[in-house]
Design a protein around this ligand. Structure first.
Ligand code: FE2
Length: 189
């Protein structure tokens, strides 16, 4: 693992104790790294933004992400990094960059995909089919807390085909869970 990744992970661990939230941050990191690779962008930077996007959530659940900047700048991250993290606020008014659009588009989707894998008898992301995720998107009783509209509109803003987006993120998660750095806190299980 790179120093960039190690530094981000250490900072996250200082501010987040909840395993559920840590797993969420890891899954967003995976999706961000994969999309950065696909788009020819900076994989380490995108990954660090994904990993730290909810760094203030545990301490300030009702005022998130408004405390991310102070945490990040105190740890040496620059203003652009803090802005990239802040941009996933739903009420963000400015036009989002590709990185920022991607962050929003994978934030809730990763959790939804993992929820779909968890209800499979084998709890296996490898065998999770896109059509099953699409079906569960329409099943309002399933993972009720997940806002479907945020998932679909953010994908539209990214200008990606929704099915391809689901497939891409599912495959990214399925591959990453086999890597050593994601074994300590299994994303599915
Ligand atoms: Fe998040």
């Amino acid at each position: 693992m790179s120093d960039t990744r190690e530094q981000a992970w250490q900072l996250l661990r200082q501010h987040v104790q909840s395993e559920v939230l840590l797993k969420h941050c890891l899954s967003v990191e995976i999706a961000m790294r994969s999309y950065a690779d696909k788009f020819g962008e900076d994989v380490e930077y995108w990954g660090a933004v994904g990993l730290l996007h909810d760094v203030d959530f545990e301490k300030y659940p009702n005022d998130h992400p408004n405390h991310a900047r102070e945490i990040l700048t105190a740890a040496g991250y620059d203003n652009q990094f803090a802005t990239d993290v802040e941009s996933h606020a739903r009420e963000w008014q400015q036009e989002r960059t590709l990185l920022q659009k991607t962050l929003l588009a994978v934030d809730e989707l990763t959790g939804f995909i993992i929820a779909c894998a968890l209800v499979r008898p084998d709890k296996n992301l490898d065998n999770l089919e896109v059509k099953s995720v699409m079906k569960k998107m329409k099943d309002k009783a399933f993972a009720r807390a997940v806002n479907r509209e945020t998932i679909t509109t953010s994908a539209e803003a990214m200008n990606v085909d929704f099915k391809e987006h689901v497939e891409f993120v599912t495959k990214a998660l399925a591959q990453a869970v086999k890597m050593p750095e994601y074994q300590e806190l299994p994303l599915v299980g």
